[in-house]
Structure formats: C-alpha cells, structure tokens
Design a protein around this ligand. Sequence first.
Ligand code: FAD
Ligand code: SF4
Length: 517
Amino acid sequence: LRSLVGSEMCIRDSGDQLNSQHSWFKEVNPSVCYVIMEMRQETDYVDHHLQKVVAFFNAMRQFKITLESQGHMVRYLALDAPENKQNLLLNLNLLIKEYKVSQFQYLYPDEFRLDQQLKKFCTALSIPSLAYDTEHFMTTRIFLTNFFEGKKQSIMEFFYRRIRKDFHLLMEGEKPLGGAWNFDKNNRNKWKGSPEIPAPFIPNKVALESLVSLLKSNDVNTLGTIDLTAFLYPSNREEALQQLQYFNENLLCHFGTYQDAMNTNETNLFHSRISFALNTKMINPLEVVESVISYYHDNTKDIELSQVEGFVRQIIGWREYMRGIYWREMPEYSKKNALENYNPLPNFYWTADTKMNCLNTSIQNSLDTGYAHHIQRLMITGNFALLAQVNPDEVDRWYLGIYADAVEWVQLPNTRGMSQWADGGIVATKPYVSAASYINKMSNYCDECIYDKKKRVGEDACPFNSLYWNFLDDKKQYFYKNNRMGMMLRLLEKISPADLAGVKERAYKIIANPDAF
Ligand code: FAD
Ligand code: SF4
C-alpha cells in the first residue's frame, strides 16, 4: 500500500505483494511512503504452518530492506510493534492520520476477502484512492471470464493454447513446437530409484530464530515444525532467480517424466518448489517460462520438449486458469459442496498418525516442510478426503494452512474444484478419485504398507479400495449424466450385491473412525 506523505500513500499490507520490479518502484519519490504490515488479521484467519508464516514475514522484511536500499521510504509494522492494531483498516486509519495522507493507493489484492475490505474502506475514505495492477500475472482477472463467455464448459486446455499463442511460447509460427500441444503420454512414469534426484536448492542462510521466537512469544497458533538448517524458502528476488536457475540446470531434464511420481524417501523429486517465490510475486510467471524455454533451446541435446511443455503447462495453463476461475466464481465458490459431503476431517491430517503409508508419508512431509508436490496433494490427501466424504470447508482450511505456497486464489480452486469436485465440475470434468491401484502404479507407498493393496474387504484391506467403491455407490446419482464416469459406474454395477454390502460395511467403519486406520 502506498501513501503520499502530506500528499500520497502506498500501502502493501500483505506478504504476497513482493514484486520489486513493479513500476511503483522505478522512481524514488520522497513524498511517497510504502507501508508493509505483519498482522494478526493475517496470521489468525486459519492456523498456518510455522514455516509458512516465517517464510512470509522473512520475505516481507527482506523486501523492506531492498526498498530502503533503493531510497524509498518504508513504514514497517512488525507484529509486536506497540502501535500495530493487528487489523488492516485500523492500521490504515492510524497511518493516514499520522502521515497526514492526501491520497491512498494500493495494489489489487489477489484475495477476494482483502479486495472487498479495501474497496469498502476506500468508499468511506475522505481522501482520494487509487488501485493499481500488480503487474504479475499474464492475464487479467476477467480474461478467463471473457474467453469462455457463452461456452458450456471452461476447459483448461483451450485456455492454455490461447496463452501459448498470445505470448508466442513454444510455438513455430501458428503451430505448437514439436507438432503437439501436449506431451503427457511421454510423462507420468514411476520413479524407481534412478535417475538420481539432486538435493533441493538451499537459499542463503538468514537468521530466522528471532522470527520463530516472535511468533511463539505472541502466541500465534501454528502447525508443523521448522528445521532452520533445512529451510528452503527464498527470502528475495535474487534467491528466487537462483532457485529457478537451479531448476533449469538440475531438474528440468526429468520434470515431465516424473511429474506424477511419488516416493517414500523423496519429498521433492524433480519438482521446482518455485510456488512460494511465484505466489509472493518475487518472480513472475512470464519470466519463469521464458527462462525455462530459453534454457531448453540452449540445451536441446540434453532436454526433451516434453519435459519443458509439461512445466510450461503448469504455470501458464493451470496457474493462470485457476486464478481466472477464482475471480469468475467468487464469492459463491467458497461455499460450494456439490456432492453434499459433511464428514469431519480425520485428526491424522494434523498429526500424520495413521497406519496408511501413503497418507502417513505425505502428511508427515507436509508437517515437516510446509510442502508436498501436486500428486501427493491431489491423489493422496485430496483423494482420501473426497473418498471419506469430508466437508470441503474443513478440507480447505487444512490446505490453506499447511502449505507455504497457500494463498486463497490458487488454493481454493485446486481444493474445492480440482481435488474435491465440490464445484460440480467447473474445474475437473470428473472427480480425481482412485483406489490403491493408481497409488501403487505411481509410488512405492504400498510396498511398505501394512494394508493389502489388492483387497477391498477384510481387516487388512487397503482403506482406499473400500472407500473408492463405496464413494461411487453413494454418489452415483451425481454422475449418471457424466460420460467420463461411465466406465467406473459400469464396473460398480458388476460387483454383486453381497460383495458390495461387504465393501460398504468396511467403508462405513473407516468413515466412522478414520483415525483407527
Ligand atoms: P511444480 O510441480 O514444480 O510446478 C511448477 C509450478 O506450476 C508451481 O510452482 C505452480 O506455480 C504451478 N502449478 C502447478 N500445478 C498447479 C495447479 N494445479 N494450480 C496452480 N498452479 C500450479 N498451488 C499453489 O501455488 N498454492 C496452493 O495453495 C495450492 N494448493 C493446492 C491444493 C490442492 C488440493 C492441489 C491438488 C494442488 C494445489 N496447488 C497449489 C497446486 C500444486 O500442487 C502446487 O502449485 C505445486 O505442488 C507447487 O510445487 P512446485 O512449485 O514444486 O510445483
Ligand atoms: Fe495407501 Fe492402500 Fe497403498 Fe497402503 S495399501 S499405501 S493405504 S494405497
């Protein structure tokens, strides 16, 4: 947020507005004061992972240092500053008075909640106000709405191709490079111990102990743990760019192939871990994909196009698409529960205390690092929550809290839409559910599990198997008209009534007390 002192004010209230390349900062204006605030309003709206809060506060503090070193005036309200009212609007009123502000400016927030709060605030202000684009995304908030206007479905693939064409990314004239838009069939391999996975990028060491103590002494509720010797979140743009370069040089060559793989001993595989840097806006999506594509063109002997296309699709396809869905569908989206699921979230989501090896591994590494890669989020924790018919409100709260990259505009469509099908098919044409066979195909989780991946009844049967068939049976009325569910429903019909009764009995046992499994 920005304010002209005696004349103007720019306020940056939140940790996801750390775009040092924004045109606001091109010139130093001594009558402009930038405001950055650490507030209980933001730490407390859900319980966040300790590493998430530390990573955000650290990046905000580093951003203040960068701006000041460039000569900008910055007012930083630390969490324990005596004048901090811990609420955005109360703080703004205080600062506007203190600096005798004559114009108030802010960057468009990416969260609906903050957007509404600031809009309301500005309407009531007696001084003029101005909102600016964040200069981060490749598409505007309403681009997706206009693009799909009048269409029955909003298919990501068409959106993705349009962005590829508009920005001329991986294109040969009007045609996609390599003759295809999608190389997914070359991807999706299980990782069986080779090729070797490089260690993750480790940013420069900064002292974070004081931030951890600050949160503790102010009784901020957090979840998960922190190991300061293995803290992987970048502090600033420079480190984010190094992280990107590290990805290009070490991980890109196998990214697509092992994109959907999971392994008990490997948290990151060939994933970039760039989401935190992107979501705080330290770096922007166009520069990320341009850097990856340029590295590919310089190294075509070592890197296949399928690896690069797979990565570019995530950033300019899924990421931009999810943002467009968010702004088109909010605020109703956050209440959607198309499958009418109302069960509570198992307690083991907060502790990893479960015998199911896939869930234990995925949740434990989330608690340890504030990170899990996409397939763990979608096909392990998300899959189980949907099969157990958990209330999407509870599922949302967990995903919004546990991951360091979780910001509502991207977390919500991924959780409620892609993962829980609570939006009734806006994002995903069919629910992402699977029994043990898929998990076993993509990971080594089942090899070391006490449950039998092949059984669906009996004390040692894999809970995913009983829950899967029970889910299809319980929810079949929602899917009769869905062509993509036809095969699954036909397989369900082939199960004899007696067998199905046995499967459902076990599934209800699991749903009644998931923490016992
Ligand atoms: P990589 O696998 O290296 O992918 C590169 C980048 O592509 C990511 O950094 C991310 O910016 C983008 N990307 C990939 N998939 C998606 C996607 N589905 N939606 C949006 N961007 C994508 N991503 C978040 O950034 N924040 C969230 O809060 C979040 N919540 C999720 C919740 C659920 C239930 C699911 C299924 C996915 C969620 N994702 C979220 C998407 C994805 O899982 C993460 O972006 C990814 O795991 C981040 O790790 P990475 O940087 O190593 O990604
Ligand atoms: Fe998970 Fe079932 Fe495999 Fe165990 S057997 S790891 S519970 S899918």
